[in-house]
Write a protein that binds this ligand. Structure first.
Ligand code: PEP
Ligand code: MG
Length: 982
């Protein structure tokens, strides 16, 4: 890394980085630089780049050769800027060392404050501040943080208390006080002496006194924390690549614990839970750093600052900061500040994490008021989170009944909206374990990042301490979990496994319900009800005009529709599913699995009848071809099989026709892709003796005969056996029946509804172009017969799934006959990887472990873009070469996964197809990919424009002007402006 710049300074007058360098400086470093540039009062500091972190991990945890010298130079610059000296005996420079990845990972990595303190500098701090308590309190905090993070002196497990907190608790007890800030200077000196003894005992070394040694240790610990368990888990959940690394921000300290005209706080420019345009935050007077987020003292609402004479002017300033931040950063901001001796400092700002409900409201409000560009609204969306909007709420009656019955235990702070009911668990480990048996509510005194696993597993999270921006609340909101925080009336005794509240006692394992929208904590189980959006869109029990949430959702969805290039279809086999999908915005059906229609009611009887006699019927046909002169003889010999086989198909035909009519009616003129019978036949046959007996009596076929047919159809590898188009090739009568059913249905609906359904018939599991040709011949022949008989034409297409590697490799030949391809990535993944989609659960989790690191994500959930993706790309290119206008889609489960959708966007597919409830997610994901592409293209366009235009225009504004017509910003157009590829 010779010649590479490892360290960037920021602060008044010396800012080297800027807000666009998030990849290099991390989110925090880039925004600190940007705030400094824009005149916010930022304490000076420097950022060690993420590239250093990558280097560190690529070189067995060694730093670049020049880093030490670079840091020394940066410290010298800080010393000049502040007039202080690190380790100085007159005016010591004290530092804060914080992590800062490209995307914020709240609470996942480490922070150290007050670095530079030792037995000498603490005395200088005391003399300068004239406040011995403050100086020793700062020192105490530093030793505690440093020992935990750098020296590894921590509690051994979650059942133990933090050993430093134990020392503090003893000191509080000895002094007879409740809070740490009531301890005297002398108490704190004793606490510090005990801390040091603990460190010596645990590490066999004295606590380091040299500030440069301290800094060296702190920087190393922050880089190392990139690989701690909770950071790894967090990255996995949010798909943050390990290669990104974290930056380290070293900043001169400002103190919020200098007295009653000092304080510290975190605030959101809007409410991150509801999206309301209100100043939302909290602070503590005379407190430092992480006190607010750690939940150790319950903080005050930000608005109460206006009533504190010593801080009143700061509140006014904060209100201005709130407005200015939104204007400068174009999004709702989550910021940290410290007030030192009446002066306000900004410590960080970032785009605030928010619930899905807040996301749609903020996007709606800020885009409309032109504070946010529509591109940013899309680019900053978390598509997965949109599903939260469909999450259940409490059933109103059950909820009222429970309140009336006196089950309300208490109220905490509403920190993550929604309703959760489940068994209460007091440890992350239990929450994780119990969650496999049903919903769990994790209740903790306060959560720490170690609880992440439990929070992931729980439906709801409850804490006794901490504010709305405590770790629990921030993480819960982001995960879309219901959360109630800071329920001070609750006491949890981990050892006894009980929770008490206002005279009630709940045992661990009892049912509890929490309302994250109101903060209510209720004993017992309460039925949940569908979300407002489900009531509007699916159940139609709520009129759209009565739902504000729907209005915001609808605005965002329409915005998404203007940007996305991918069409969105659904996988649906029933009319109701199809109708739901249309309500969610589906533009067609991408996969109707016809076999799902075979199981209902008595249909299975006819399916079984067809299968039992299929082989014999095929034998009859073969003989007929070989001995045409013996037609009568053969008809007589096989009359039972012929009669049964035809009888079964005759019964199935109208049933399938009715199903298809339902589908066509629900879809109107939208295209409906109907896939022909796919699973191996044995899946339909009875396996138990009782069932075989029943069938034998119904069909009047001996029990032994059926048993032998069932055995004959048994396959060792049914997924690679007689399934897909292989069925239709051996038994073309089945494809013929399905074709007749489709066309009769389409013709009937066309007549009734005066709208032309557009079936797209899809042949499964094709590997040879000849397979496709044979099936297509049947379809075209029967379609022509049916349309001729009705005297009406139905527009239709015949295409195939690409779900075995040979199909991808020979896509050019298949495309000669197939009018569309749909990637069946469930099967394509299993056949490309040679990994059974049903059995891989035994070993895939092991493959995903970070120390094994074979795969990053389950390839059946998120596309293996390198392998399977390559096959898809081959097929896309080859298919287009033969048939330039070939329609291309995906209907495997990956069609609802945002990362896979992004890949499909980049491949230039026409559409993705997913389950109805994933459609909002897919719409947003597709728009996000399109906007990302637009923004990536912007710098190139800007560079080209620079040559001709001299006036400076910001990239953001340039894109906003170009990409979004004015109409789109204030009011999304009714009809999407983009063209959906059909
Ligand atoms: C697929 O294989 O991706 C697919 C959609 O088909 P099925 O899941 O029905 O095999
Ligand atoms: Mg398949």
């Amino acid at each position: 890394m010779a010649g590479t710049k490892n360290v960037y300074l920021f602060g008044k007058g010396i800012t080297e980085g800027n807000g666009s360098q998030k990849n290099l400086l991390g989110g925090k470093g880039a925004n600190l630089a940007e705030m400094a540039r824009r005149g916010f009062n930022v304490p000076p500091g420097f950022t060690i780049t993420t590239e250093v972190c990558s280097y560190y991990y690529a070189h067995k945890r060694e730093y670049p050769a020049t880093l030490n010298a670079d840091i020394k130079k940066a410290v010298a610059a800080l010393e000049r800027a502040t007039g202080k000296k690190l380790g100085g005996s007159k005016n010591p420079l004290l530092l804060a060392v914080r992590s800062g990845a490209r995307e914020s990972m709240p609470g996942m990595m480490d922070t150290i404050l007050n670095l530079g303190l030792n037995d000498t500098t603490v005395e200088v701090l005391k003399a300068k501040s004239g406040n011995g308590r403050f100086a020793y309190e700062s020192y105490r905090r530093f030793i505690q943080m440093y020992s935990g993070v750098v020296l590894g002196v921590e509690r051994a497990n979650e059942h133990e208390h933090d050993p430093f907190e134990v020392i503090l608790a003893d000191a509080r007890k000895a002094r007879g006080v409740e809070h740490d800030n009531q301890l005297t200077e002398a108490d704190l000196k004793e606490v510090i002496a005990n801390f040091k003894k603990l460190v010596l005992k645990k590490t066999k070394k004295e606590f380091p006194t040299d500030p440069y040694q301290q800094l060296d240790g702190a920087v190393g610990a922050v880089f190392a924390s990139w690989m701690n368990d909770r950071a790894i888990l967090y990255r996995k959940k949010y798909k943050i690549p390990e290669e990104w690394g974290t930056a380290v921000n070293v900043q001169s300290m400002v103190f919020g614990n200098m007295g009653d005209n000092s304080g510290t706080g975190v605030a959101f420019t809007r409410n991150p839970a509801t999206g309301d345009n209100e100043f939302y935050g909290e602070f503590l007077v005379n407190a430092q750093g992480e006190d607010v987020v750690a939940g150790i003292r319950t903080p005050l609402k930000i608005s109460t600052m206006a009533g504190i004479p010593a801080l009143k002017h700061c509140y006014k300033e904060l209100c201005g900061v709130r407005k200015q931040l939104e204007k400068e950063f174009g999004d709702m901001q989550d910021f940290e500040f410290t007030i030192e001796d009446g002066e306000l400092y900004m410590l960080q700002t970032r785009n605030g994490k928010r619930t899905a409900q807040a996301y749609v409201k903020i996007a709606h409000d800020m885009v409309k008021s032109k504070l946010m560009t529509p591109e940013h609204a899309m680019a900053s969306a978390d598509p997965e989170a949109i599903e939260q909007l469909l999450a259940p709420v409490f059933n109103k009656e059950a909820y009222q009944k429970s309140l009336k019955a006196g089950n309300l235990l208490t109220k905490g702070l509403p920190a993550g909206p929604g309703a959760a009911t489940g068994t209460v668990a007091f440890s992350a480990e239990k929450a994780e374990r119990w969650s496999s048996h049903g919903p769990v509510v994790l209740a903790r005194v306060e959560t720490s990042p170690e609880d992440l696993r439990g929070m992931l597993a729980a439906t709801g999270i409850l804490t006794a301490r901490g504010g709305v921006s405590s770790h629990a609340a921030v993480v819960a909101r982001q995960m879309g979990k219901v959360c109630v925080a800071g329920a001070a009336d609750i006491e949890i005794d981990y050892a006894a496994g009980i929770m008490t509240c206002n005279g009630h006692t709940l045992k661990e394992g009892d049912f509890i319900s929490i309302n994250g929208s109101t903060g209510e904590i209720i004993a017992g189980k309460i039925e949940t009800a569908p979300s407002e959006l489900i009531q509007v869109l699916v159940n139609k029990t709520l009129a759209p005009k009565h739902s504000e949430l729907f209005r915001y959702y609808d605005f965002v969805m329409k915005l998404a529709d203007q940007y996305r290039k991918l069409g969105i279809r659904t996988n649906a086999d029933q009319p109701q599913q199809a109708a739901n999908a249309v309500a969610f915005g589906a533009e067609g059906i991408g996969l109707c699995r016809t076999e799902h229609m075979f199981f209902e009611g008595h249909r299975i009887d006819y399916v079984r009848e067809m299968i039992i006699f299929a082989a014999e019927y095929a034998e009859y046909k073969d003989k007929l071809v070989a001995r045409p002169d013996d037609a009568d003889l053969l008809a007589n010999e096989y009359h039972i099989a012929i009669a049964h086989f035809n009888d079964a198909l005759e019964h199935l035909l109208p049933i399938q026709q009715k199903d298809f009519e339902g589908i066509f009616e629900a879809m109107g003129e939208r295209p409906a892709t109907i896939r022909y019978l796919d699973p191996p036949l044995h899946e339909f046959l009875p396996q138990s003796n009782d069932q075989i007996d029943l069938l034998s009596r119904r069909l009047n076929v001996p029990f032994e005969r059926i048993t032998s047919i069932v055995a004959g159809l048994h396959e060792s590898n049914p997924m690679l056996g007689h399934r897909g188009c292989r069925l239709g090739i051996v038994y073309p009568e089945i494809s013929e029946m399905q074709t007749r059913a489709i066309f009769r249905a389409a013709l009937a609906v066309a007549k009734r509804k005066k709208k032309l359904p557009t079936p797209e018939i899809m042949i499964p599991l094709v590997g040879f172009d000849r397979e496709f040709q044979l099936q297509a011949e049947v379809i075209h022949r029967v379609a022509a017969e049916e349309m001729k008989a009705a005297g009406k034409k139905i527009p239709y297409k015949v295409g195939t799934m690409i779900e075995v590697p040979r199909a991808a490799l020979t896509a050019d030949a298949i495309a000669k006959h197939a009018e569309f391809f749909s990637f069946g990535t469930n099967d394509l993944t299993q056949t490309a990887l040679g990994m059974s989609r049903d059995d891989s659960g035994h070993f895939l989790p092991y493959y995903e472990r970070s120390e094994i690191n074979i795969i990053k994500v389950n390839p059946f959930a998120s596309l293996d873009q390198v392998g399977v993706g390559k096959l898809m790309k081959l097929a896309v290119d080859a298919g287009r070469e033969t048939r330039p206008d070939i329609k291309l889609g995906i209907c495997g489960e990956h069609g609802g996964d945002p990362a896979s959708i992004d890949f499909c966007h980049r491949l230039g597919l026409s559409y993705v197809s997913c389950s109805p409830f994933r459609i909002p997610v897919a719409r947003i994901a597709a728009a996000k990919s399109a906007v990302k592409e637009l923004l990536e293209a912007a710098p190139a366009k800007k560079a080209a424009a620079k040559k001709t235009v001299t006036k400076k225009v910001s990239v953001k504004k340039a894109i906003a002007k170009k990409a979004a017509p004015k109409k789109a910003v204030s009011k999304p157009a009714k009809k999407p402006v983009r063209k959906v590829k059909k």
